[in-house]
Design a protein around this ligand. Structure first.
Ligand SMILES: Nc1ncnc2c1ncn2[C@@H]1O[C@H](COP(=O)(O)OP(=O)(O)OP(=O)(O)O)[C@@H](O)[C@H]1O
Ligand SMILES: [Mg+2]
Length: 450
């Protein structure tokens, strides 16, 4: 311990005692502030931070117990040592109950006091470390609702942090269930627009004609059912964020209209002769390969560039397996609460299954698997028997190892290997054929045989 850095506050209305304690502690290398006026001490406590506080209980002005209470509020991590006169042990006990670190009865040996001070300091450093570590863990492994410590997720957090206070449009791509909507919300709620609305529209879920009137709004009489004026969702998102989910499902005619909104920053409701200014940040999301849709003429290239001023690609869960235990823990805590269960964790064997499985449905699939396991579990922990069969079979063990143990024929091994590769690439048969070194026809034939 390098005492010279540590600061001790001594409060005692007996100036001689103050002097004595200061001399001893300074002799040990502490930096000491000693005050014989407890009122003054209370003021100093609000302004300065100490590593240890030593205070008498019985004083004129503010009493030791009140000072203790104040210290508990302004410096909860600083240990307080109480000095009490012989015969007032009850008040010392009361002080301990209120959170004092320790007490010492007058008269005492200086060695005795020094020992307590040093122990108190160690205790404080330990507590401070715990708080610091906890903060570090929270900030590194979690960002808003997003969980993940993998380098690729850390990059996503960094990017969100950097773009939140801008109004640039963002395109988020990634397989189904990778957290695109969560990222969109994190961008909105982390940035300057957070007080304004976040309006989410799923372009795949709303029929074409409805989507147009929902987004742009309409004037009374614009069409048969338009009985009154209606404000469009783009206006609802004014000064906030418009989240267009599954943007590739937007019909080409609407894509053209959206492009005009983004370029002109104004909206013309259906049946209206005027356009009205609007200020929105557009965040869009897609789980499809937008480039190939552009090539097929199903998505406008000019709109694409307007939407992806910033692009965020969310990696599939199988490419960041180190996040699985953390996500598992997060979902266990959540479903314990929701389902009023008390599952403590995942058995080693079950965790191995989760780590080896390919997760074609990504985080959403993991979420469902954990929910199901918590519902089914009859033991305190999640066991392989609580997991779906396909997760266990696939994640169970090394394929070659199992083949050896169960004496597989080449055909059996081939069949399982093909299945594994297929799940690995999320069911994409062309990609699987490429990995397997087969042409697509042969792959189809082999799949049919199995
Ligand atoms: N990093 C993460 N941390 C915690 N929960 C996550 C994470 N990623 C996804 N989830 C959870 O997984 C589920 C799916 O996430 P979300 O709806 O954001 O995915 P998506 O990419 O929009 O999927 P889809 O393409 O199918 O719409 C949600 O319940 C979400 O809370
Ligand atoms: Mg989504």
């Amino acid at each position: 311990m390098r005492e010279e850095e540590y600061r001790v506050l001594i409060v005692d209305d007996d100036p001689e005692m103050c002097q004595l304690l200061s001399d001893v502690l300074r002799g040990e290398g502490f930096s000491v502030t000693s005050l014989d006026d407890s009122l003054e001490a209370s003021k100093v406590l609000k302004k300065e931070e100490f590593d240890v506080i030593i205070t008498d209980l019985k004083m004129r002005g503010i009493k030791g117990l009140d000072l203790l209470e104040e210290a508990g509020k302004t410096a909860p991590l600083t240990p307080v040592i109480i000095i009490t006169a012989f015969g007032t042990i009850e008040s010392a006990i009361k002080a301990m109950k209120m959170g004092a670190y320790d007490y010492i009865t007058k008269p005492f040996q200086m060695d005795e006091l020094l020992l307590i001070v040093k122990k108190a300091l160690e205790n404080r450093l330990l507590k401070r470390d715990v708080v610091r570590l906890k903060k570090e863990v929270e900030s590194r492994y979690q960002f808003h609702q997003l969980i993940g410590k993998s380098p690729s997720m850390q990059k996503v957090y960094d990017l969100i942090e950097r773009i939140s206070d801008t109004s640039s449009n963002v395109l988020i791509t990634g397989e189904s269930g990778t957290g695109k909507e969560l990222v969109a919300k994190a961008i909105h709620y982390n940035g300057i627009r957070k007080e304004a609305p976040f309006i989410a529209v799923n372009c795949a879920a709303i029929p074409e004609t409805l989507l147009e009137s929902e987004l742009f709004g309409y004037k009374k009489g614009a069409f048969t059912d338009a009985k009154t004026d209606k404000k469009g969702l783009i206006f609802e998102a004014h000064e906030g964020t418009l989240f267009l989910d599954e943007i590739t499902e937007m019909p080409l005619t609407l894509q053209a209209k959206l492009l005009r909104v983004i370029e002109g920053k104004e909206v013309r409701p259906l049946g209206d002769t005027h356009s009205y200014p609007v200020d929105v940040r557009v965040i869009s999301a897609s789980n499809r390969d937008v480039r190939s849709l552009i090539q097929q003429g199903r998505f406008r290239e000019d709109l694409y560039y307007r939407l992806k001023v910033i692009d965020i690609e969310l990696p599939p869960l199988r490419e960041r397996r180190e996040d699985i235990p953390l996500l598992g823990r997060h979902f266990i805590d959540r479903f314990n609460r929701e389902l009023r269960k008390n599952i403590s964790g995942i058995s080693e064997e079950a965790l191995r299954c989760l780590l080896n499985y390919s997760w074609p449905g990504n985080v959403r699939e993991l979420e469902n698997v954990i929910q199901r396991a918590i519902t089914l579990s009859q033991h305190g922990v999640i066991l392989p028997e609580d997991l779906p069969v396909f997760v266990v079979q696939e994640g169970e063990e090394d394929l070659v190892e199992r083949a050896l143990r169960e004496k597989y024929t080449i055909e059996q091994l081939e069949r399982d290997y093909i299945r594994r590769v297929l799940t690995e690439v999320g069911g994409n048969k062309s990609r699987a054929a490429e990995i397997l070194g087969l042409d697509r026809k042969t792959l189809y034939r082999k799949l049919q045989e199995t």
